[in-house]
Design a protein around this ligand. Structure first.
Ligand code: SAM
Ligand code: DTB
Ligand code: SF4
Length: 333
């Protein structure tokens, strides 16, 4: 059995420390004239990535609905009367059959999500078999299962899990307006546990839940100022779910959304920035500006967890119009 390398101490001590940005610094950047902000974000983007390559992930809900947490935005919370039917953890073979289809359609990362506060230890054998199966298909693996204990994180790392998604969702100030069954601190603790297990971190949030612009900037600062910034940062636009607490939340101004992407790119120059949920509500022109502002990852396929996504035909046409191409996986040694 390979030894687990706990890399928190190592990374925290040896990663080049970037100067910590304050809310005031970040607000000045956010409020630059739009063209100046986008030029700056695109310059940072080009210095770190191929500007025309977009990472493609595919998402699957491996355990849907009936979740004990009260996240106000979520179709899967038992506290939100959304009418969603709950189901049990999927069988490994079914998950791998879906992963194979995703790989054949061009996705390089397979993300498996479960509607849990945290996994039960008895589910770990099934979860690790899923990770091993996805890896055997030559894809990167990602899971999002809620809060993890150190032992659970170590087991997933041992199975070869590449990424763990755990969003902070919003600012520390606004968090309790959206979720009361766990705290912002709980989220940060799990991120630390994941990092300590040597799994890459995927952490981001949602725009459009009634938060202020300062809340959005503060959320990005929390991520950027972690000892090591997340390798992957999903920025979701709220999908307003009928029956959820946030059903009637006011939509985000698209220019504010693009500014937030640009600021994320400037604050986290080397992170993959995912234009995540909400693309069905975005025009092609808005998505083009998000890519220009530094977004370089998307979910592909016609579903997310429980909601719709643009689908292959639309994205293929969009990529062709914009001259974008799928980002290839780095060859492993
Ligand atoms: N239960 C796990 C957890 O909460 O960490 C994993 C699954 S959860 C659905 C993953 C993330 O999806 C949430 O943290 C949230 O950021 C995002 N999400 C869920 N519902 C959403 C919605 N209606 N609109 C936009 N993003 C959403
Ligand atoms: C993330 O930030 N967005 C994804 C993934 N991580 C797990 C989830 C989006 C969910 C959108 C609502 C749904 O499909 O239920
Ligand atoms: Fe449960 Fe995750 Fe949805 Fe919250 S976001 S209700 S934890 S599935």
């Amino acid at each position: 059995m390979p030894e687990i390398v706990r890399n928190t101490d190592f990374e925290a001590r040896h990663a080049p420390r970037k100067p910590t940005k304050t809310l005031d610094d970040a607000k000045i950047i956010y409020n630059l004239p739009f063209n100046d902000l986008l030029f700056r974000a695109q310059t940072v983007h080009r210095a770190n990535f191929d500007p025309n390559a977009v990472q493609m992930s595919r998402l699957l809900s491996i355990k849907t609905g009936g979740c004990a947490e009260d996240c106000g935005y979520c179709s899967q919370s038992a506290h939100n009367p959304t009418g969603l039917k709950a189901s049990k953890l999927m069988e490994v073979e079914r998950v791998l059959a879906e992963a194979r289809k995703a790989r054949n359609a061009g996705a390089t990362r397979y993300c498996m999500g479960a509607a849990w506060r945290s996994p039960k230890d008895r589910d770990l054998d099934t979860l690790t078999a899923m990770v091993e199966g996805v890896k055997a298909l030559g894809m990167e693996s990602c899971m999002t299962l809620g809060m993890l204990s150190a032992t659970q994180a170590d087991r997933l790392a041992e199975a070869g899990l590449d990424y763990y998604n755990h969003n902070i969702d919003t600012s520390e100030r606004f968090y309790s307006e959206i979720i009361t069954t766990r705290s912002f601190e709980d989220r940060l603790d799990t991120l630390e546990t994941v990092r300590a297990a040597g799994i890459k971190v995927c952490a981001g949030g949602i725009l459009g839940m009634g938060e202020t612009v300062d809340d959005r900037i503060s959320m990005l600062l929390t991520l950027a100022n972690l000892p090591v910034a997340p390798e992957s940062v999903p920025i979701n636009q709220l999908i307003a779910i009928p029956g959820s607490k946030l059903e009637h939340a006011a939509p985000v101004d698209p220019i504010d959304f693009i500014r937030t992407i640009a600021l994320a790119r400037i604050l986290m120059p080397t992170s993959h920035l995912r234009l995540s949920a909400g693309r069905t509500e975005m025009s092609d022109e808005m998505q083009a500006l998000c890519f220009f502002a530094g977004a370089n990852s998307i979910f592909v396929g016609d579903t997310l967890l429980t909601t719709d996504n643009p689908g292959e035909d639309h994205d293929t046409a969009l990529f062709r119009r914009l001259g974008l191409s799928p980002m290839q996986l780095e060859p492993t040694l």
